[in-house]
Write a protein that binds this ligand. Structure first.
Ligand code: 5GP
Length: 187
């Protein structure tokens, strides 16, 4: 269970990587691109829980098209340092994706294992097209190739938090992307 904490969350941030303004710029840019690219297609936008919920909420409001939304929750098998490459679906879709264009919304693409698995699952369910929008990507960590169609920002290999992304279930409500002070991990 996550530890119950008190006090300001901003005090724990050592570095701001992506500001709130930069996030807003990326949301507007990607929203415009998706609006242009998906016109006239039945669209379903799928957010990957929990990390993508903040980006998903803002992004769908920047897309001026009819759409359905849904969510999936997934977790990787293995430990934080070793991954078997297998992904477990903890919450599946409640809508049918057959024949529809799907836009997966992710917070951050790291090794690429999660998204390479998910795109295969969705293709096996008969989707017309799978596209990927991610706020962040860490290309230096990639183990599986992932075709990212829409990307906010490339980040270096640092463990980030904020704007939906957690450390031990905290910091999701931080309005920007930051890196925690080393003292937080050492606790
Ligand atoms: P992948 O399957 O691409 O390795 O995993 C992507 C997932 O790993 C992201 O959705 C996120 O949950 C987690 N992740 C990757 N990098 C970070 C990071 O810097 N901070 C946090 N909190 N989670 C990360």
């Amino acid at each position: 269970m996550a530890e119950t904490r008190v006090g300001s969350i901003e005090e724990d941030i050592g570095e701001v990587l992506i500001t709130r303004e930069e996030i807003e710029e990326a949301v507007a840019r990607i929203g415009g691109e998706v609006t242009r690219d998906f016109r006239g297609e039945p669209l379903i936008v799928i957010g990957i829980l929990k990390g993508a919920f903040a980006f998903m909420a803002d992004l769908i409001q920047a897309i001026d098209l009819p759409m359905e939304i849904d969510f999936m929750d997934v977790s990787s098998y293995g430990t934080s340092t070793t991954s078997s490459g297998e992904v477990r679906i903890l919450k599946d879709l409640s809508t049918s994706v057959e024949g529809k264009s799907v836009l997966i919304v992710e917070d951050i693409v790291d090794t690429g294992l999660t998204l390479s698995y998910l795109t295969n699952v969705l293709k096996s369910r008969g989707v017309k097209k799978v596209s990927i929008a991610t706020l962040l990507t860490k290309p230096s960590r990639r183990e599986r190739a992932v075709d990212i169609d829409y990307c906010g920002y490339e980040v270096e290999d640092k463990f980030v938090v904020g704007y939906g992304i957690d450390y031990a279930e905290h910091y999701r409500n931080l309005p920007y992307i930051g890196v925690l002070k080393a003292s937080i991990y050492e606790k």
